[in-house]
Ligand binder design. Structure first.
Ligand code: NAD
Length: 256
């Protein structure tokens, strides 16, 4: 299928070929999208640049989403490479200080809390604001969340409030930009072994419990998430906005 033929997709958050963003970018490219990529850290360049080449990305630039000057550069690059039109924006990134993930939640530092919320949630506002002038009716934004936004998942710590804020930001943006015909949605993905997941204490146990208890009794893959992402980003979901779609084998349904 070529649901994204002649469409331009700007994807944030590839760290390596295990990243959810990489699976989404790959699925979008397979549907005909022209890609632009942005990654967060210079140390990732040697992994991300070859992936960008494989995906035939129009550009691949480093940007810290906490720095407005970096974002200015990304969107100037995108505007030029994409001829002034962005159809798809993917926000697949999060950050928390390691200390705040290791200690008890009550020990979360003010600075670390601010940084986690800034990078993981506020950035969706700044990316959407910068993309909006280049978006048209039918353009679409997607972010990635986790069940720890809704319920307490031991080990997820400060990322829980950060994802709760992210989901709320997603809904407020959906209302704000809806009049322009732009949709904003989230996927709440079940646990997947990625670089970010490696930083969550007890991640393996979380994944094991989710797999054993989920109604579908299986682990989630980045390909599962990518298929749902393509649906939400495409015209197939033209009447869906402000939604959190769980891609977790049904785990969120359970009361205990
Ligand atoms: P990943 O490590 O591959 O991706 C996380 C990305 O965030 C990295 O590319 C990293 O460079 C980027 N990032 C961090 N700080 C940044 C900054 N200041 N500026 C720009 N980029 C920055 O891991 P992933 O699991 O693919 O994570 C992608 C998204 O999916 C995250 O929002 C994560 O919370 C979410 N998610 C992951 C899981 C899971 O189990 N892996 C489950 C649900 C939701």
């Amino acid at each position: 299928m070529t649901r994204f033929a002649d469409k331009n997709a700007l994807v944030f958050g590839i760290a390596n070929d295990h990243s959810i963003a990489y699976a989404i970018a790959t699925a979008l490219a397979a549907e005909g999208a022209q890609l632009g990529l942005s990654y967060g850290d210079e140390r990732l360049a040697r992994r991300v640049e070859p992936l960008a080449a494989t995906l035939n990305a129009r550009f691949c630039v480093r940007a810290d989403v906490g720095r407005e000057e970096d974002l200015e550069m990304v969107f100037a690059t995108a505007a030029e490479a994409f001829g002034g039109r962005i159809d798809v924006l993917v926000h697949s990134l999060a950050y928390a200080d390691r200390d705040d993930l290791l200690g008890p939640f009550v020990e979360t530092k003010r600075e670390g809390f601010g940084r986690a919320l800034d990078i993981s949630a506020y950035s969706l506002i700044s990316l959407t604001r910068r993309a909006l002038p280049f978006m048209v009716e039918g353009s679409s934004v997607l972010t990635l969340s986790y069940y720890g936004a809704e319920k307490v998942v031991p080990g997820y710590k400060v990322m829980g409030p950060a994802k709760a804020a992210l989901e709320s930001v997603m809904r407020y943006l959906a209302v704000d930009v809806g009049a322009k015909g732009v949709r904003v949605n989230a996927i709440s993905a079940g646990p997947i072994r990625t670089l970010a997941a490696a930083g969550i204490p007890g991640f393996r146990d979380m994944q094991k419990a989710a797999t054993e208890r989920a109604p579908l009794g299986r682990t989630i893959t980045t390909a599962d998430v990518a298929r749902s992402a393509v649906f939400l980003l495409s015209d197939d979901a033209a009447a869906t906005t402000g939604e959190v779609l769980h891609v977790d084998a049904g785990y969120h349904l359970l009361g205990q």
